[in-house]
Design a protein around this ligand. Structure first.
Ligand code: ADP
Length: 198
């Protein structure tokens, strides 16, 4: 299995790149942001709780996110692999993901860190806010999300660096260039590990 984590601050292009990767390698896309937004749109109990956090630019509690993610993942029988988009976002989430996947015998394969300057992140989310319809894409909340990212999420980089799984990609280039760089790395990994994807 090919299990890929797309990692980076809000606005780095994780969602856009995920779409390109799933098309090319037929992976299952698991975006915790999308999962939570779906729950909010259904007004489910989980969605209602999550909304109180998202609206403040805070992370949704690990217990909620982890349960939702593993429930969705369990619906797929023998996929080529998963692409985790927006997960993990805390060290605790990273440790639980590792433990769970290692136990199943298909660990995290590679982690792409999309590196984009803070100034550019802010510009991109402000631009996205013009058409995204996302309540959390507004100036005050964006600042909070970026602050939370640096405090709670960025420490995960070291966790994957230590495992030699982190690949840093300069996310400032165009979508196509970034896609090309990611694909090159995935192709190398597939070749090296003789993976057979359908
Ligand atoms: P972005 O990467 O632009 O912040 P996402 O769609 O990934 O957008 O996430 C939107 C919001 O959903 C986050 O600000 C957070 O409140 C919540 N969220 C998404 N993934 C997680 C996660 N793994 N842990 C906690 N909260 C999450």
């Amino acid at each position: 299995m090919l299990n890929i984590i797309l990692f980076g601050a809000p606005g780095t292009g994780k969602g856009t790149q995920s779409k390109n990767i799933i098309l090319k390698y037929h992976l299952v896309h698991l975006s915790t942001g999308d999962i939570i937004r779906e729950e909010i749109s259904k007004c489910s109990p989980v969605g209602l709780i999550a909304k109180t956090y998202i609206d403040q630019g805070l992370l949704v509690p690990d217990s909620i996110i982890i349960k939702q993610l593993f429930y969705r993942a369990s619906r797929f029988e023998k996929p080529n692999g998963f692409i985790f988009d927006g997960f993990p976002r805390t060290l605790n989430q990273a440790e639980i993901l590792d433990k769970t996947l290692n136990k199943k015998g298909y660990p995290v394969s590679m982690v792409f860190y999309l590196d984009v300057s803070e100034e550019e992140l802010f510009k991109r989310i402000m631009c996205r806010s013009l058409h995204s319809n996302r309540a959390d894409d507004n100036e005050k909340i964006i600042h909070k999300r970026i602050e939370v990212y640096y405090k709670e999420t960025q420490p995960i980089i070291k966790f994957y660096e230590k495992q030699n799984k982190l690949i840093t990609i300069k996310g400032m280039d165009s979508v196509d260039i970034v896609s090309g760089l990611i694909s090159e790395e995935i192709d190398k990994y597939i070749d090296k590990n003789n993976l057979l994807l359908y």
